[in-house]
Design a protein around this ligand. Sequence first.
Ligand code: UD1
Length: 422
Amino acid sequence: MDIYRIKGGKKLKGEVSISGAKNAALPIIVASLLAEGETVLKNVPDLMDIKTIIKVIEYLGAKCDFDTAKNTLKIRVNSLRNAEVPYDLVKTMRASVYVMGPLLARCGEADVSLPGGCAIGERPIDIHLSGFEAMGATIDIEHGYIKARAERLAGAQFPMRQVSVGATANLMMGAVLAKGTTILENCAMEPDIVDLGNFMVKMGAKIKGLGTERITIEGVKKLSPASHNIMPDRIEAGTYLLAGAITRGDVAITKAAPGDIEALTAALGDIGFSIDKTKDTVRIRPGKVLAGTIVRTLPHPGFPTDLQAPMMALMTTLPGISVIMETIFENRFTHVGELRRMGADVTLEGNVAVVRGVRRLTSATVMMSDLRAGAALVLAALAAENGTEIRRIYHSDRGYEKLSEKLSALGADIIREEGGKP
Ligand code: UD1
């Protein structure tokens, strides 16, 4: 298993170009199943999660050609078959349940393994399932598999009991080919959902209210394949701004969408960093005085839970006290133990973390427990004294394209080594 060796203390400097958004690309790749013919997707990030979702749709009958050098994915769909999507694929990536929408819409049946819990909490999919039930599907759970059936999904009004990115995407993909009009309420307003919606509109779907809490979809009989450019990854963008911040460097992210990360740039501004934006770039530099801050994770446009762990890494280096309230996932503090091993002073009380800034983080051997917790450790290592060894870096391969290359180009001392200890 590969490891990272990072020698901290270098101020990062320069420009880094942001890749396509993983969380937009995943549902968009799945949505290509809704039409027969060839879909061409550009700016698709070369990530493990993308390779997993490609395997999933190939399993269902799609033919894929992923040119990773050009970040272009061609997907050819003829007939689609409801083959049970196996546990081994679903357990590595929960977004595999996205295939329910297109399978139900096109085959009238979907057999998908129940994802189960993961490192950051229980993560149920009850909202996905009750939404499909509201649209006329019958759902049975047998031997760990969801068996959903519906001759043709029917439009329905469905208020989600809680904002869910995954359920919003899944139900939208079912509704575009349903009979009649679907009104989804309490929808996720994440930019990734808007990108998915825009892609399906290009395919011929009739969708109104994207980016709002209420999305109305008038079902159509057939969709046609389309071409699409995946939006920039706002979580990757935020992570590089935080890398600039934690090293007190001067970093500009390019090919980004500054409007999608305003909760983060506002928090960085409050801390005392100077932030300069253009249409598609953001530059961060340290201000004269930095101070701790308070962050509460919320659905978009609030502060994203996916940047909570990287933000905590920065907070461990700020003067004074900072506070994080995690309101989206019940167990998203697995990075805290590892940050403490690097000298961080963090106290946990339920879903609240109190972070007291320390003069300097120190090096240690640490282990990634999930994708974003992994990003937090990389950031902490960039600021720590001496060399840090980070294990289980396959977690960051799921969501950060060319992480070590991009950080090296900014002046970081980071090496990826093959064959470290697990
Ligand atoms: C997506 C993102 C993930 C991000 C999360 C929250 C993808 C592939 N992943 O995950 O990076 O951290 O949004 O922004 O886009 N919930 C239920 N029942 C459901 C569905 C969700 O109780 O049926 C709960 C979850 O346990 C969680 C909250 O709702 O507490 C939000 O989850 P959700 O928005 O669905 O997250 P994902 O789509 O899994």
